[in-house]
Ligand binder design. Structure first.
Ligand code: C5P
Length: 183
C-alpha cells in the first residue's frame, strides 16, 4: 500500500519521499527513496525527514517487537524449549505529534481483525491523526500480500467506505481525500 500511495501522490504532482523496509517492489518513478532495514532505522529516518513535510502517511507494517539480544553465531539446538525475549519497537506513528512535533496532516493505518471502526477511531484520537485508513485483515485475498484491498477512511468528520479495488485505485482515492485535509 505504501508503494501504491507514493506512486499515487507523485501522479497527483506531489513531491514524495518513500521510506521502506525490504520488499521486492519497484520504486515508483519520480519518487525519492530511503531504504531502511529495521523498525529503529525507520523511526530515525521518519524523525529526521518529517520536518517541514505537509503530509505524512504512515502505513508500513512495522514489527511491534524485536529480540532483546541478537546472537552473533547460529543458535545451536538443545533439548529444552527455546524462549526468545522480545522488547517493543518504537511506535513511529505515536511519536509524530509529541516527540517529533509534527504539525502537518498525519495519516495512520489500522489493520484489524475485529471491531475495525472502534479501534480505528481510538487510534485516530490516541495518536493525534487526521485520518486512519482502516482495513479488515480477516478477509482472505485482501490487504497483506495482495494487490487488492478494501478500506474505510476514518476522520473526525465521519467515515467513508471505499469498496474493494486495486491498491493503485484505492491509493489515488486516499491521496485525494488526504489532500483535502490540508488546511
Ligand atoms: O497501533 P498499531 O500498530 O496497530 O497501528 C498501526 C499504525 O501504526 C500503522 O500506521 C503503522 O504504520 C504504524 N506503526 C508505527 N510504528 C510501529 C508500529 C506501527 O508507526 N512500531
Amino acid at each position: 500500500m505504501g508503494y501504491a500511495l507514493a506512486g499515487a501522490a507523485r501522479h497527483e504532482g506531489h513531491e514524495v519521499c518513500l521510506v521502506s523496509g525490504p520488499t521486492s517492489l519497484d520504486v515508483p518513478e519520480g519518487v525519492d527513496f530511503l531504504h531502511v532495514e529495521s523498525a529503529q532505522e525507520m523511526y530515525e529516518a521518519v524523525r529526521d525527514l518529517q520536518r517541514g513535510v505537509q503530509v505524512a502517511i504512515l502505513c508500513a507494517a512495522v514489527a511491534d517487537y524485536r529480540p532483546v539480544a541478537v546472537a552473533e553465531q547460529k543458535i545451536k539446538k538443545g533439548e529444552d524449549d527455546l524462549l526468545l525475549r522480545l522488547e517493543r519497537t518504537p511506535d513511529i506513528l505515536g511519536s509524530m505529534r509529541g516527540e517529533f512535533g509534527f504539525a502537518g496532516v498525519l495519516v495512520g493505518f489500522a489493520a484489524e481483525t475485529q471491531d475495525l471502526l472502534t479501534y480505528a477511531r481510538q487510534k485516530l484520537e490516541r495518536k493525534g491523526c487526521d485520518m486512519i485508513v482502516a482495513n479488515d485483515v480477516s478477509r482472505p485475498g485482501l490487504g497483506f500480500d495482495s494487490s487488492m484491498n478494501e478500506v474505510t477512511l476514518v476522520t473526525r468528520k465521519g467515515e467513508l467506505a471505499l469498496p474493494v479495488d486495486t491498491k493503485e485505485h484505492l491509493a489515488l482515492q486516499i491521496v485525494r481525500h488526504v489532500i483535502d485535509l490540508i488546511p
